[in-house]
Design a protein around this ligand. Structure first.
Ligand code: NDP
Ligand code: PYC
Length: 343
């Protein structure tokens, strides 16, 4: 596992080895085999791509929620075929990603037949980056949009108290040459995970991210976490998108709004118990085979206009490096992961 890139503070690990290690951790801490495999691949992919707020940083929260009995690692999702272009899944109090996995083949079949299909997941916990949920569809030539709501910590525009979750939106589309176009962004000014990381590392945040418990603007991540709240990105525009995410993830699916669950009865609980919606479109129904070529044309124009960095570029660059040289982890983190795998 060690490599010439290792130094005293860091070590490298291959993507396959990290996935296996995380699988063992999830298995040891109460998830069934398919759940362990799906979560491990998701978490290792985030670490590989430099999505650090949703990589191994999240393991503690996953395990704490499992130990608290807040999320069911053994849950078996129930898939319902409810319409020509509509699939529903009751995640049965388990994680959202295995619920999506259980319905994926049916969703793709419906999207290819009808041109569009929706997957509405409820009674689910999502504690991860959202791009892993959409990128694979684009790798199969489909366009995908997903939204997930989280836990109350964002004050709606002009409001006085937190209500929304950090509610990300992720989108993926194929392009003729190169990896799919993907963006994945919280509708809050900053993801909650990044606030936690800043607090841990003692960094101040840029202005405009959040407020303290008195509702006053603050750049101190600890003040935001200690009774304060986040703001939506882009004022009323981000706030409207966050509202849309709540509607699509709770009102549409039958899941919880971000404010509708209370984790306090289960000490250690951290994973939001909400819902998720995924919309998949077959672009061939709209433009024959032209979509990926048209994507390429748009990207060329964006580059010509001066935008050199597209959303997803940083991740793909980091992925390439991680796959070639291994994923760099702090030695202490790797030791801790190995302990958890054998605990
Ligand atoms: P960022 O603000 O870091 O990035 C948002 C998007 O913008 C990414 O696609 C990123 O691409 C792109 N981007 C960033 N900088 C630039 C730039 N200069 N030019 C062009 N594109 C750029 O993400 P967030 O902090 O909003 O979210 C972080 C993660 O947190 C996401 O994965 C999200 O899903 C997750 N999250 C999960 C929640 C949950 O409930 N499960 C809740 C909230 C957030 P690139 O990826 O290449 O950097
Ligand atoms: O980073 O905001 C976040 C988040 C919430 C739930 C999982 N990640």
């Amino acid at each position: 596992m060690s490599s010439p890139h290792d130094n005293h503070d860091t070590q490298t690990i291959s993507f396959a080895a990290l996935t296996e290690l995380l699988t063992q951790i999830f298995l040891r801490h109460g998830t069934r085999a398919e759940v362990a495999a799906v979560l491990a691949e998701n978490c290792a992919s985030a670490e590989r791509d430099g999505s650090h707020s949703h990589g191994i940083f999240r393991i503690k929260g996953y395990l704490s929620s499992l130990a608290a009995g807040w999320v069911d690692g053994q849950a078996v999702p129930i898939v319902e075929d409810v319409g020509a272009g509509f699939v529903r899944v009751d995640a049965a109090g388990g994680f959202a990603q295995p619920a999506m996995q259980a319905a994926k083949a049916l969703l793709i079949e419906k999207a290819r037949n009808a041109g569009i299909a929706i997957l509405a997941i409820r009674n689910s916990h999502h504690f991860a980056a959202l791009w892993p949920d959409v990128e694979p569809f684009a790798q199969q030539g489909l366009v995908a949009l997903s939204v997930v709501n989280s836990m109350t910590c964002v004050v709606p525009h002009d409001a006085q108290k937190p209500l929304f979750g950090t509610n990300p939106i992720a989108f993926a589309a194929p392009r003729a040459h190169g990896e799919p176009i993907v963006f994945d962004m919280a509708t809050s000014a900053i993801a909650h995970g990044d606030v936690q990381i800043a607090a841990r590392e003692g960094h101040m945040l840029p202005p405009g991210m959040g407020v303290d418990r008195a509702g006053q603007p603050t750049q101190d991540p600890k003040a935001i976490l200690d009774g304060g709240a986040l703001l939506p990105f882009g004022g009323y525009k981000g706030s409207a998108l966050s509202m849309m995410v709540e509607l699509l993830c709770a009102a549409l699916t039958g899941g919880n709004f971000s404010y509708e669950f209370d984790m306090s009865s289960k000490p250690g609980a951290q994973t939001p118990w909400t819902g998720q919606t995924i919309i998949v479109i077959d672009p061939d129904k709209g433009s024959g085979q032209a979509f990926a070529t048209r994507s390429e044309a748009l990207i060329r124009q964006m580059h010509d206009a001066g935008q050199q960095r597209l959303p997803g570029d940083r991740r793909y660059r980091q992925r390439e490096q991680s796959l070639a040289q291994g994923i760099v982890l702090k030695t202490d983190d790797l030791i801790r992961l190995r302990e958890l795998a054998s605990a």
